[in-house]
Design a protein around this ligand. Structure first.
Ligand SMILES: [Zn+2]
Ligand SMILES: [Zn+2]
Length: 156
């Protein structure tokens, strides 16, 4: 089993912000999202990046890494991914299961969205992001967003 995240990257260290208008608790940009595979539960963080297997639309296989910091869009890969390309699939680097979420579409109109779990407080919540290279669309499942607010009001 993997050890606890390094100091400074535990959920307790995330910075939380109350939204002024609806009292929703949101995760602040720059928060470190500890990410897990929804299928095998293993951490997807390798060398401080979220590392995933990828297959391009024209069948090339490789890996791609994303920054785990919310709203930091660093990305690197061992295959050439042009801005505006859409990868055909993203898979867990441990169990190779597809992370594509068939019933979701990107809020900016792209058809393919992937899902990982991020650890927040004591729960892991679905985090969706677009598979269109260069698109920054992402969201946390609204139901869980609601639960985070309840947890917040009970625990703090
Ligand atoms: Zn997995
Ligand atoms: Zn998109």
């Amino acid at each position: 089993m993997s050890a606890d995240p390094p100091q400074g990257k535990r959920w307790e260290d995330l910075v939380w912000q109350k939204h002024r208008y609806n009292e929703r608790t949101v995760i602040k940009s720059g928060s470190y999202l500890v990410s897990y595979c929804p299928h095998c539960g293993q951490s997807l963080i390798v060398d401080d990046m979220i590392r995933l297997q990828t297959v391009t639309a024209d069948g090339r296989e490789g890996w791609v890494e994303f920054s785990p910091y919310l709203n930091v869009f660093d990305r690197r890969s061992d295959i050439r991914l042009g801005e505006g390309d859409e990868v055909a699939d993203l898979c867990c680097c441990h169990c190779r299961a597809s992370l594509r979420e068939p019933d979701q579409a990107c809020g900016l109109g792209h058809p393919r969205v992937a899902r990982v779990l991020v650890g927040i407080s004591t729960i892991r919540v679905p985090f969706f992001f677009c598979m269109h290279v260069g698109c920054v669309w992402h969201r946390i499942d609204p139901d869980d967003e609601h639960r985070i607010i309840l947890d917040d009001s009970l625990e703090w």
